[in-house]
Design a protein around this ligand. Structure first.
Ligand code: PMP
Length: 278
């Protein structure tokens, strides 16, 4: 019994929620994905802190840190204590008669489970990506289960043979459909500042921290599409993505960037591996 749902551990095919669950009907829920390297949680507190932020933002009263024990139990129950894995947490507003206003009496529903994931070998990958308009809402800082725009953006990429879709808001890059985005220009690292346009990525924060430890300058500033001609390296980051260099960017069927260097990205990957695998 590996899936935790509202106080019970259930077999995956026995875990059901109400059809009136608001995450199902409205996308009125939030989620978090935390990596476990060989059974050991990485940046667990940071993930729970971000979960708490999302909960607070959508006004679900719940103590995110109370889930820490369940996360470890999920890894244990799934027999993943020696494997690379991740824990998925989803909190829904709960189930109630369908209405846009939130019913007064409603109980948060909690779903949590661990799953095996390949975290090794990411440093050997490169991604060819496309770029397109960012059609998401203006609260991308909330890790909402309402991911339709992300799913559509990613599907557009995958169906055209790309690995990811880099999103542009008014000509400026925000992030990928499921990853944070970095550029290197004249040896300086650029990434979109935190705010409503992006998710505050835990891996993004770790990469910024690694840069500081290597005396690499980071500027949290938007990069415009037209600046691509000056860009030396591009890479994306994420919990399961980790750090992956972008080898090309295609926009409206035209290649607008091909990788010029990879040395800085390689350095960051090296330190990242050391930190996650120690
Ligand atoms: N941006 C978006 C839109 C994401 O879905 C994700 C998560 N895969 C990220 C950034 C990366 O965040 P993290 O490093 O916390 O996984």
């Amino acid at each position: 019994k590996e899936v935790y749902l509202n106080g019970k551990w259930l077999k995956p095919d026995e875990a059901f929620v109400s059809v009136f669950d608001r995450a199902f009907m409205f996308g009125d829920g939030i989620y978090e994905v935390t990596p476990f390297y060989k059974g050991k949680g990485f940046k667990l507190k940071e993930h729970l802190k971000r979960l708490q932020y999302s909960l607070d933002q959508i006004q679900i009263t719940f103590d995110a840190f109370s889930l820490e024990k369940l996360m470890l139990e999920a890894i244990d129950r799934a027999g993943l204590h020696n494997a690379d894995a991740a824990v998925y947490i989803q909190l829904s507003r709960g189930a109630g008669a369908r209405s846009h206003f939130v019913p007064e009496k409603i109980e948060t529903s909690i779903l949590l489970y661990a799953f095996g994931v390949t975290l090794e070998g990411f440093e050997k990958k490169t991604w060819h990506v496309m770029a397109s308009e960012d059609k998401r809402w203006y609260r991308c800082d909330i890790k909402s289960t309402a991911l339709l725009a992300n799913v559509m953006a990613n599907e557009a990429a995958i169906s055209a043979g790309f690995h990811e879709n880099l999103l542009l808001r008014n000509g400026y890059f925000t992030e990928g459909s499921h990853s944070s985005l970095f550029f290197v220009k004249y040896g300086v690292v650029y990434t979109h500042p935190e705010g409503p346009e992006i998710l505050s990525g835990i891996t993004r924060a770790e990469v910024i921290n690694i840069c500081a430890s290597l005396n690499i300058k980071v500027i949290e500033k938007t990069v415009h599409f037209d600046e691509l001609v000056e860009v030396e390296e591009v890479f994306v980051t994420g919990t399961t993505t980790q750090i992956i260099p972008i080898s090309s960017i295609t926009h409206h069927n035209k290649k607008v960037y091909t990788t010029r260097k990879d040395s800085l990205t390689k350095k960051l990957q090296e330190v990242f591996i050391k930190r996650t695998r120690r």
